[in-house]
Design a protein around this ligand. Structure first.
Ligand code: NAD
Length: 505
């Protein structure tokens, strides 16, 4: 069994089975058996099933309460971000899926007597493997696009926060939906690996290290793998930026869920001419953040607990490394409280440089470094100097900031705001470099859960021409057919040839 504890109080919240490979295989077998019927349903019926589920989620306070208890995050984020995201995702993806999965026709130039229809089929059973930081958003919500595409889904949530997924799974069944179409299996890494061995495609969200293992295994099995991995998102403040708004946005995007967010601000670059003023505005905001054990009913506070103890060790190691190399702690810097709860003060470092680990490796905790630059070109080079590329933010005069943003190496870049692209679910979101493979969101994020069959048929009215064209792809080869092909090639492709054929005027 896996015992799940509250990161805020240490209290035991529940136990879930630590399933072995055989139990995972049983779930996948049930999902496989359920797949043909689910795939055969019209898209509208699959959409209705998701709508019924969404309505129950909205009416069930146990969902955000469980999420708060097991993750330690504020109720505001559990409900106002994760539940809201699930609702918006289902709405927007349901709407987009009509276009994404509609049959398309391609008309060839060469074989003009034919037309080709693109028919999309589901892949079968999709295995979703999720991290602990977003128990809805990066776990059950990842099932929405594969389900709409007609796949069945087996979700393996993180062993650190599996309880919310179980509540959501119960609601799926309570909504009258087929139980084997969306299942949750609990377990540790071994259960995830067993799932990867059996399913027809994988949606993985988590660390780069695990992502590499899963992608390698999917490569061996030749099944698609979508991976949303780590981030080291830069936040750039150009001269002329609205510093008040930049400071507010930096505080939120650095310390949302105590910094345990893949697209959070991981490093801040500020132009030297405005850096003192920015720090004067930024640091008091961070110092004023209200940090406490979250109230599942929704008491007012800003920061809860750190969900996973290892993140506190990363934060402490990065602070020590940065301070040893000349950085200063402007606010925070220590664990908070002496009880069993996992709390670390929101911490800002100034005087950061790129030889510090905090500027190069993912932190994923309540720590953000500030580094100064003199030229915008230098800031661009520094922002792009990373093995990751998930998200980025630029504050500055709108035209200049947008021009800067367009040159960033990043799956998304936001001008004069933060993190909002995650809610633009119409737009594809995928990491560059080691931040990921494939997409979540958008038409791209729907179509990747299908395989395409190109079905070619003859246009009925062009049968005689079709019979002639067929001779070019049939035995016996006829020199006269080749001569026609040769003339056609010159006419179609050789520049200037058609002009030579025309008599001079
Ligand atoms: P993790 O890689 O340790 O674990 C993620 C999941 O993988 C868990 O469910 C775990 O049980 C499972 N797992 C572990 N080993 C496995 C294996 N060999 N085969 C199959 N499954 C296995 O990640 P984590 O610590 O839970 O999450 C934090 C990381 O997730 C951070 O790096 C963060 O940036 C990233 N993340 C990325 C996004 C994104 O959208 N790009 C979103 C959230 C989190």
């Amino acid at each position: 069994m896996i015992r799940v504890h509250s990161p805020a109080t240490g209290e035991l919240l529940g136990e879930v089975p630590d399933l072995d490979a055989a139990a995972v295989a049983e779930a996948v077998a049930r999902a496989r058996a359920a797949a043909p019927e689910w795939a055969s349903r019209p898209l509208g019926e699959r959409v209705e099933a998701l709508f019924r589920w969404r309505d129950l989620v909205l009416d069930t306070p146990l969902v955000p309460e469980t999420l708060v208890r097991e993750s330690g995050k504020p109720r505001h984020e559990a409900e106002g971000i994760e539940v809201l995201y699930l609702c918006e995702l289902i709405r927007a993806m349901a709407r987009l899926s009509r276009r994404a999965f509609a049959e398309e026709t391609r008309n060839p130039l060469l074989f003009l007597t034919k037309k080709t229809r693109l028919v999309r089929h589901p892949l079968g059973v999709v295995g979703v493997i999720g991290p602990w930081n977003f128990p809805i958003l990066n776990n059950a919500a990842e099932a929405v696009a594969p389900l709409l595409a007609g796949n069945t889904v087996v979700l393996k949530p993180s062993e650190i926060t599996p309880l919310t997924s179980r509540v959501l799974n119960d609601l799926w069944v309570k909504a009258g939906n087929p139980p084997d179409v969306f299942q949750v299996v609990t377990g540790r890494g071994a259960a995830g690996a067993a799932l990867v061995d059996l399913v027809d495609a994988v949606m993985f969200t988590g660390s780069v290290a695990t992502g590499r293992k899963i992608a390698a295994r999917c490569g061996e099995r030749l099944v698609p793998c979508v991976a949303e991995l780590g981030g080291k998102s830069p936040f750039v403040v150009l001269p002329g930026a609205n510093l008040e708004r930049a400071a507010e946005a930096a505080a939120w995007s650095s310390f949302i869920h105590s910094g345990q967010v893949c697209v959070r601000t991981e490093r801040i670059y500020v132009h030297a001419s405005v850096a003192d003023r920015f720090e004067q505005l930024f640091v008091p905001r961070v110092a004023a953040l209200r940090q406490s054990a979250p109230d599942p009913a929704g008491g007012a506070h800003d920061l809860g607990a750190v969900t996973f103890a290892r993140q506190i060790e990363v934060v402490e190691r990065q602070i020590a490394d940065a301070v040893a190399k000349g950085a200063r702690v402007l606010v925070g810097g220590a664990r908070r409280g002496s009880g069993p709860g996992l709390f670390f003060e929101p911490t800002v470092l100034s005087g950061a440089t790129h030889d510090m680990e905090v500027m190069r490796e993912e932190t994923f905790g309540p720590l953000v470094p500030v580094m100064r630059f003199r030229e915008n070109a230098e800031a661009l080079q520094l922002a792009n100097d990373t093995h990751l590329g998930l998200n980025a933010t630029v504050f500055g005069p709108p035209g200049e900031a947008e021009a800067f943003a367009r040159r960033l190496h990043s799956g998304q870049a936001i001008v004069n705001d933060v993190l909002v692209t995650y809610f633009v679910v119409e737009s594809p979101l995928g990491g560059w470099r080691a931040s990921g493979l494939g997409f979540r969101h958008g038409i791209e994020g729907l179509r990747q859960w299908t395989r395409v069959e190109a079905v070619t048929v003859r246009r009925p009215l062009l049968a005689p021409v079709d019979r002639f064209l067929a001779k070019s792809l049939a035995f016996p080869y006829d020199p006269r057919v080749l001569a026609v092909l040769r003339a056609a090639m010159r006419l179609l492709y050789r520049r200037g040839f058609a002009a030579k054929l025309r008599p001079p005027s």
